[in-house]
Design a protein around this ligand. Sequence first.
Ligand code: ADP
Ligand code: MG
Length: 276
Amino acid sequence: GEGLPRPEQTRIMVVANQKGGVGKTTTTVNLAASLALHGARVLVVDLDPQGNASTALGIDHHAEVPSIYDVLVESRPLSEVVQPVLDVEGLFCAPATIDLAGAEIELVSLVARESRLQRAIQAYEQPLDYILIDCPPSLGLLTVNALVAGAEVLIPIQCEYYALEGLGQLLRNVDLVRGHLNPDLHVSTILLTMYDGRTRLASQVADEVRSHFGNEVLRTSIPRSVRISEAPSYGQTVLTYDPGSSGSLSYLEAAREIALRGVGIHYDPQHAHLGS
Ligand code: ADP
Ligand code: MG
């Protein structure tokens, strides 16, 4: 792919929204693949016991596979669980297995229960440009571990009724974690997903989100696309499943916008590579 400026330090982005079905996993895997196709080295950390990100990346995550559960609960080094994503160079995944469903409870009695992921990432020595953490649809200890480990929160927002409902709770948690555990934490990126420009509702929600958040909202939004929703059942991201599709091009463009913002380059949507 075309080269993009690389961040000076690894950017750790926590993909969070406690609502389910808003596009967290879809955004994590497709953005990660896009960044890798742009030349970056990227690790996806699957923190959802459902393991949807692992599935979508074609990563084996049956119960016996070394996983992020072992890292969080058994203090196993991250390097022992990371697997390469076979069809995208530079893309890696720390998978989730069903064990992780118990971790929310098991973590409670462990020392440094909120910072176990942070420690594991700090000890990981492979060079990376980005780490994207796919959170479960809750604000429990798994999500708190992600918020302690990363500096940036990326919130996908589905362009539907009640899009902003419940976000207050997430934002309060971000403030709490910033105040007590991770002073660098901030909401850096809002991404509008499943956007259908033909409906009034979608553009109203988009306007509302833009007036509420301002600069954090990416200029690029992700269209509703059947190709995006089909790709995971083939263990692929849309980037390899259907490279020329609107879904693929929009994630590549969102990745470009994120990379440019990260190094302080003004993103000009006039020069978007969307083709349409
Ligand atoms: P979350 O991780 O927040 O629960 P997902 O990423 O799993 O949400 O997305 C929920 C559902 O919506 C999935 O079936 C996914 O394939 C579908 N989906 C996500 N983004 C899009 C999109 N842009 N177009 C069409 N379907 C999408
Ligand atoms: Mg998910």
